[in-house]
Design a protein around this ligand. Structure first.
Ligand code: 5GP
Length: 113
């Protein structure tokens, strides 16, 4: 079954798509945890970074480059942002389709809750 992110890209459920190319896409998170909260994910449904393989190297690199590009496009690059990749249940991953959270618009500390 297609992931919620794939369904958004297909137009099967509503979502705000900010960017897409041949490998990746970026959407606004439906429950933002910061003034800016974007999800960048590969079109290929890799379940998590733990399931990525050497053949996914280009996709993994593209995800970070797209995150940086989206940050520039949103005007948050200079003040900074946080990129988060939750992995597995202890990592807090709830959607089994690899994604990078781009969070910005407020100062962030460690540790995370
Ligand atoms: P995770 O917890 O797996 O790291 O992050 C999944 C993210 O997907 C969460 O921040 C959650 O708010 C977001 N999310 C879940 N369902 C939807 C949806 O239907 N639309 C959008 N735009 N985001 C979603």
């Amino acid at each position: 079954m297609a992931s919620v992110f794939t369904k958004i890209l297909r137009g099967e459920i509503h979502g705000e798509i900010l960017y897409q190319d041949d490998l990746c896409a970026a959407i606004r998170d439906i429950q933002p945890q910061a003034p800016v909260h974007v999800l960048i994910f590969p079109k290929k449904e890799i379940r998590s970074v733990a399931q990525a393989s050497a053949g996914d190297q280009e996709i993994l690199g593209r995800l970070l480059l797209v995150a940086a590009q989206v940050a520039r496009d949103l005007g948050i690059s200079e003040r900074g942002y946080r990129l988060v990749v939750n992995t597995g249940s202890d990592g807090g991953q709830t959607v089994s389709h690899l994604h990078v959270h781009l969070l910005a618009g407020r100062a962030m500390g460690l540790p995370l809750a």
